[in-house]
Design a binder for this molecule. Sequence first.
Ligand code: PAN
Ligand code: ZN
Length: 198
Amino acid sequence: MKGRKTTTFLQPFSVSIDLEKAEMLQAKRHLVRKASDMRGYYADEAALERLMAEQGDPVHYEVFETPVPEEHGHLMYCTSSVQPGRVGDEYFMTKGHYHEHTEAAEIYLGLRGEGYVLMKTADGQTAFERMARGRMVYVPPYWAHRSVNTGSEPMVFFCVYPADAGHNYGDIAQEGFPMRAFLRGGNLEIVPSTGKGR
Ligand code: PAN
Ligand code: ZN
């Protein structure tokens, strides 16, 4: 083998993803984000409080990971599952983040459900791509990304990205996202944000 090993040496391994249920089996890390974790993110804050008063603290999304060393050379992988639902007329979504190392890209592969990946750059560019089973979304370096479930079942996707990418939520918390996904008049609308929420 050529070259010096500069990252942790691991034995090869494999994991199973149940493609029907769209679940990573035997995941070692499980992150859950509930409505109360999403305060400040949706356009209609009062609607989020109403939802919690009516439904308790429903899960908005989960991430299942089997971690590898967070080092250059390794690839982190996970499945994310965003629940269907709306806060007011805004679809359930993830917080969204830049990678701490902004030059780290990411691949999402849709396993179940449908929705969109909303993306933005620090200098004001925006984009969105549709997510569905069998559809791959490439999140290039420098683009912050947020996933939105616009369907009626959980939206699940497989993610893979450089393991040393890191996650930066602070910039989105400050800048907000310049567009949002709503159900209005029976139609999906992805429209510019009007200033409230992140
Ligand atoms: C994904 C996301 C996951 C949850 O694994 O972390 O969908 O979204 P937030 O991290 O924005 O809460 C990913 O993009 N990892 O880099
Ligand atoms: Zn990411």
